[in-house]
Structures are given as C-alpha cells and as structure tokens.
Design a protein around this ligand. Structure first.
Ligand SMILES: NC(=O)C1=CN([C@@H]2O[C@H](COP(=O)(O)OP(=O)(O)OC[C@H]3O[C@@H](n4cnc5c(N)ncnc54)[C@H](O)[C@@H]3O)[C@@H](O)[C@H]2O)C=CC1
Ligand SMILES: O=C(O)/C=C/C=C(\O)C(=O)O
Length: 480
C-alpha cells in the first residue's frame, strides 16, 4: 500500500519525496510506504484549508450535518475494509477493530452531525442597564488535529468530526506508525461530498510534519492525543503563540476493587480493562488495587482468567491479544518487565515475548501480571502502555484513595463497590477527569472526556469539543 497526502480533495505525493516504511506488526515486515511530509506539504494543506474556510464556515448547519452523517454511513458501509486495514497497520485483533474501532469512528461523525444542530450559546440580559448580551460561537479558522497509533481511526475522527462540524477547516496528521485508515478516510470524505480543502490529511513523523503543524503561525488551535512528553513539547511551542490547546495525554489509572463488589462482573471487566488492545489504551486500569480480604482469591482467579487469553495473529477471530504496535514499543514494554524483579516485583503470570505460528517476527507479548508492594516503584509510576498490570493490596478506604492518587497522572479511575457512601467519597476525591463505578470504558459521547495533572488539559466530547473548536464573542447591545 502506498499512502499519499490528501490535500485540497486530491491525493498527492510529498513535495520533497521523502517516504517512511510502514510495518505490519503481526509479521514484523514492511508492507507499504507513507509520506514523511515537510513544512512545504503542511503549507499546501494550510492554503487549501484557508481557501475553503470562508464558504465552509458559512455553510448551513443542516448541510454540514448531512455531510458528516454521510461520512458516518460510508464508514459503516466499508467496515470490513477499514477493520482489515486497521488491524494490519496496528496489530490489534480484527475482531476488536470491527466491534469497537470502526463503529466508534462512524459514531464520532454521526454524533457531531447531530450535536452541531443542538449547539447553542448564552444570552444575558443586563437588567436596569437596558442592555442585552449574547455570545456568538464562531468557527476558529484553520485548526490542527494530531492523533496517536493506539486507536487510529477512532481518535483521528474524534477530533476531526467536531472540528469540521463547528465550521473549521482542518490540517490533520495521524500517527506515522498507523496511517492506513486515515488515508482511506480521505476517499470517504470525497465520496460523502465534503468540499475540497475542508479536511487535509498530511502524513509523516512528529518531528517533521507534526512540528510544522504546531509551529504554523496561522493554525490557531491544536487538538492532540498522545504521550505526555510530546504534549509538554507541543505546549511549549504553541502556548507562546497563544494557540488554543486541547491535550489528551497518558494515564496510570487505578482500578480499585472492594470486597463488596459484584465479583464476577468485576473480574471479567478487569481482564478487559487490563488487556484490551494489548493494554494500549490510555484508559486501561494498569494499577489494580485490591482490598486485603479478597486479595488472595482475586489473585488466583485473575491469573486463571488471564491464562485463558489467546495471544495470536490479529486476523484470527479467536485472538484476544494481537501484536504490539512496533518493535520499539515491544522493547520499551519489555524493559519495564525486566526491571520488575530488581524493584521487588514478582511476575505472577506472563512476562515473555510470544512466537506466534507463521508470524515469528511479529511483536507479541504475553499478558503480564506483576505483584508489587510499593506504589513508588517505576512499574506503578510510569505509563507502560502495554499488556502489563500490577496488583497490590490495601486495608482501608483511606489507604486505597492515597494509593490511587499517588501518581503524576490523573486520567481515569475505576471503583468496584456497592457502597453508596464510598462511591460518592471516591468520586469526589479521586484526582482524575473520569471515574467509572462498577464499569469500565462505558462511553457516552456527550460527556466531558480528559484528564487532570500530567494527563492533559482541556476536555473533548459533546459540547465541550464544540466549545473548544469555536471562539466565543460577546455582543453587548444597549437600547433606548
Ligand atoms: N493516548 C495516549 O495516551 C497515548 C500515549 N502514548 C504514550 O506515549 C509514548 C510514546 O508513544 P509515541 O508514539 O511516541 O507517541 P507520541 O506522543 O510521540 O505520538 C502521538 C502523535 O504525536 C505526533 N508527534 C510526535 N512528536 C511531535 C511533535 N514534536 N510535534 C507534533 N506532533 C508530534 C506523532 O507523530 C503522533 O501523531 C507511548 O509509549 C505511550 O506511553 C502514545 C500514544 C497514545
Ligand atoms: O474517547 C474514548 O473513548 C477513548 C479515548 C482513548 C484515548 O484517548 C487513548 O487511548 O489515547
């Protein structure tokens, strides 16, 4: 597959002719090429977006909504092609791509197709002053959307859909590691009747293409999902240029299990929240904290369930864990396992690379459970972003809360309990942007999504996203 940039409604090669290899993680081989775009390509994308902006920002909400809705329908029509491309590019089980990634990409467009027709702004009557204020919510102009490799089309569209629904034109960059479905999205947008220049997709490395987007003086807002270090770098460049910033970054999420929970539901969900997508979701509950009274039982049952998971080729329907996204990432995740024992951790299950039949160069790793006793260890403080979880026990609610909050991250937390008072106390006191109680990753797209502390700034989702992608302007009218 040879991927091209999508600029002004056309597929084009990168101006300087630089290309990157695209790997299939399931077999560890190159299967295609993707542009490594430079600032010249980003400038072309910007120019196309700037030309499209006056008309698109004045296009009726009904028409915008219809086009977004059509994009959603076409994504679903092409679900098999898209799921196959996603699985091949990323290493995730095709079953997961079909059930989660691609349907969610369609839902992102459908949701914002509807949301934009319901979005409204505020009015304030200044009583006694004969004045009325109302707020205009105007499109920002040209915005940059930069997304990661773990949920490629899912997160790419989670940014693009609200951006264009709100009347902006976009310069977007998917991860250079997983560019395939973003490439296919270009075709879909053309087929759906999205005017040329409204969405421009430039492929390439963060350090070349991404850097050119964040440095561009006329790209006025950046929506980014990815690593915390990259987020900090983006903020350093973009903040002095007074760009609007939405940063969805890493997590080290606690999964807090109390003895009074619905045990079977908790156990099944904990397997999912630990190892879905090979643990490569920023929301995965990578620190499992268990009440002491059920610790030994949980340990035994969890190991048993995890040992039943099948690591295999992503195209096989019964595969639970596919390949990790890249050789570098596999080595990074493995290096955390290797330091476990030095830190006093005990590997209870997994810990090794896996050779999958006929795919022995693929990037496979066993789901891994490590028992730790000190929350200060690296395994409990650093984002591993792979199929590795730690377990440790706690005695009291206070201890559980202290452990849960003892991290620089603050994205999500899960609490398993049937005690209402405890539910409320934890909901209020957990230092995270998201708390799930007796569930995990239940997503209602109207809700605010994002983290606190080193997990980022700003919120995505629902009207929060439409607020981010619009500039409020207050109009004050005095009358006689
Ligand atoms: N959603 C999340 O929370 C994610 C977290 N990560 C974490 O980050 C670690 C590193 O993974 P990477 O793939 O290196 O993530 P990354 O943060 O480097 O990549 C995310 C996106 O940012 C772009 N990017 C990188 N440098 C940039 C720059 N200077 N300017 C503009 N854009 C830039 C990349 O090309 C990609 O599109 C992972 O091991 C994981 O711990 C990675 C991906 C997603
Ligand atoms: O919006 C969601 O449902 C999930 C978002 C997940 C990420 O941002 C991530 O894993 O990076």
């Amino acid at each position: 597959m040879k991927i091209q940039n999508y600029i002004n409604g056309k597929f084009v090669n990168p101006i300087k002719g630089n290309w990157l290899n695209n790997y299939n993680p399931a077999i560890g081989e190159v299967y295609g090429q993707t542009p490594n775009s430079t600032k010249e390509d980003v400038e072309e994308a910007y120019k196309a977006a700037a030309e499209a902006f006056p008309k698109w920002s004045n296009t009726s909400l009904e028409k915008r909504s219809k086009i977004l809705s059509k994009i959603a329908d076409l994504i679903l029509d092409k679900i098999d092609i898209l799921a196959e491309a996603e699985s091949k590019d990323n290493g995730k089980p095709i079953r997961l791509a079909k059930k989660v990634d691609i349907p969610r990409a369609a839902s992102n467009f459908k949701f914002f197709a509807n949301a934009i027709t319901q979005f409204s702004s505020e009015a304030h009557e200044s009583v006694g002053l004969n004045a009325i204020n109302f707020t205009l919510r105007q499109s920002i102009g040209i915005v940059g959307c930069i997304s990661p490799w773990n949920l490629p089309l899912y997160l790419f569209t989670w940014k693009i859909a609200p951006a264009i629904a709100a009347g902006n034109c976009v310069v977007a960059k998917p991860s250079e590691i997983t560019p395939a479905t973003a490439y296919l999205l270009g075709e879909i947008c053309t087929e759906a009747g999205l005017p040329k220049g409204v969405l421009n997709i430039v492929h390439g490395l963060g350090t070349s293409t991404g850097q050119a987007i964040i440095e561009h003086p006329k790209i006025k807002a950046i929506s980014f999902t990815g690593g915390t270090k990259t987020g900090a770098h983006i903020a350093k460049i973009a903040a002095p240029m007074f760009k609007k910033l939405s940063l969805e970054l890493g997590g080290k999420n606690p999964n807090i299990i109390f003895a009074d929970c619905d045990y079977q539901k908790m156990l099944a969900t904990t397997v999912r929240s630990s190892f879905s997508n090979q643990g490569q979701i920023c929301l995965c509950g990578s620190r499992i904290l268990i009440e002491e009274t059920i610790y030994e039982k949980f340990k035994k049952d969890f190991i048993k369930k995890v040992s039943e998971l099948k690591v295999g080729h992503p195209s096989e329907e019964n595969t639970d864990l596919g390949a990790l996204v890249s050789k570098e990432h596999l080595e990074k995740v493995k290096s955390f396992i290797d330091i476990a024992e030095k830190e006093g951790g005990k590997i209870l299950f997994g810990g090794n690379k896996v050779e999958v039949e006929n795919s022995k160069n693929g990037y496979y790793l066993q789901p891994t459970i490590i028992e730790v006793s000190d929350n200060k260890c690296k395994l409990n403080q650093e984002e591993i972003f792979g199929p590795v979880v730690t377990i440790m026990s706690f005695k009291t609610d206070e201890e559980a809360l202290t452990l849960a909050n003892d991290t620089k991250y603050g994205l999500a937390a899960t609490v398993w309990t049937n005690n209402l008072n405890r539910t409320m106390q934890f909901s209020k006191q957990l230092q995270t942007g998201i708390v799930w109680v007796n569930t995990w990753m239940l997503r209602d797209l109207r809700t605010a999504f994002g983290g606190v502390k080193n997990s980022g700034v700003g919120r995505e989702g629902g009207f929060e996203a439409l607020r981010f992608f619009t500039e409020p302007k207050n109009i004050c009218i005095q009358y006689e």
